[in-house]
Design a protein. Structure first.
Length: 56
C-alpha cells in the first residue's frame, strides 16, 4: 500500500520495481498492481519518505 499522505510522487518506486508492478495512476500517485507484486521489498527500501508498506 502506498500512503498518499506521505508520497511525494518522485517515481523512485516505479523505476525500481523489478517486476513492473508499480505504475503512476491517473491521480499522479504510484499504484501497486497486486497481481504483479511479489512483495520483494525493493520499493519499500528505495522510497525516500517511507510511504510504502508492502504488508498491507
Amino acid at each position: 500500500m502506498i500512503d498518499k499522505n506521505q508520497c511525494i510522487m518522485c517515481g523512485a518506486c516505479v523505476s525500481a520495481c523489478p517486476h513492473g508492478a508499480i505504475t503512476f495512476g491517473e491521480d499522479g500517485y504510484p499504484q501497486i498492481n497486486p497481481q504483479l507484486c511479489t512483495k520483494c521489498g525493493t520499493c519499500q527500501a528505495i522510497c525516500p519518505v517511507c510511504a510504502i508498506d508492502i504488508e498491507n
